[in-house]
Design a protein. Sequence first.
Length: 287
Amino acid sequence: MKLNKTKMGKSFMIAALAAVMLATGWQSPTKVDAAANAVPTYEVKFLLSNDTVLKQDFTLKNEVKEAFQINEPAARMLVEYFDTTDLSLNDSGWNVRFRKKEDKKKYELTYKKRYAVVNGDINAALTQANLDGFSAADTNYEAEVNWGYGKQTLSFSNDKEESTSKGLNLPNESEALNLLVSKIPGKLDKTNAPGWGTAKLLQAYAHGPILVSRYSGTFEGLETDIEVWPIIGSNGSGTEYVVEISFKTDDYQTAASKRTNLMNLLNNKGWLVPADSLKTNLVLERY
């Protein structure tokens, strides 16, 4: 009888549990799939020889304008980067940029995290970024592969805005820094340790500003920009002009084929510099 009572008790408990599950809609835990890798866009970028593409007044030569159907005067913008004296943000893969376009009524604040693409393996870089939380599920960041002459870099950009007036105006360094700190994204702030990003930004200063000229044209149906960056010389005096041409596309195959075509055109014209751009690094190091 004791055994029968035990069996009856277990049966009653199982039946009761089943009734509770049915009434509450409880289900066993399901497997949660990891977020997919981000899907990047592509920016192809080459350096141009300033000796061959710029006039004596450092504007674009007519031959270059004609090659890329550039019909309007250059748009102008002020650009500066914020980092510490020892470039600790840059060393941790972050660039923090403050920009003002002359014809826009807003400041543009950009926080960009970079990942190296090794041997063209974009998927490996995307997977590494996913481990850090930069996945397809995070809509606060735009993923982009910067494809230069010899290397590719994956970046995730978080863009913020602040209203202002038209014109080439920037707030003073302290005001710009306060804006950047107030809008800092969580991933930057938590890099290395909680609050690390804010602490480093509070120690940062403005590298720049640079007065950039941007010419807008087309290449094989794609919007194409040529930017002229006057950067202080390596010895602290004089000016080095960095000239870049770039186009953007959502499709890898388009980026690859148009990149080859653009490289061939630039090479045939004698305009191509066979090197990757280090523009951002130059600004950080020289200002």
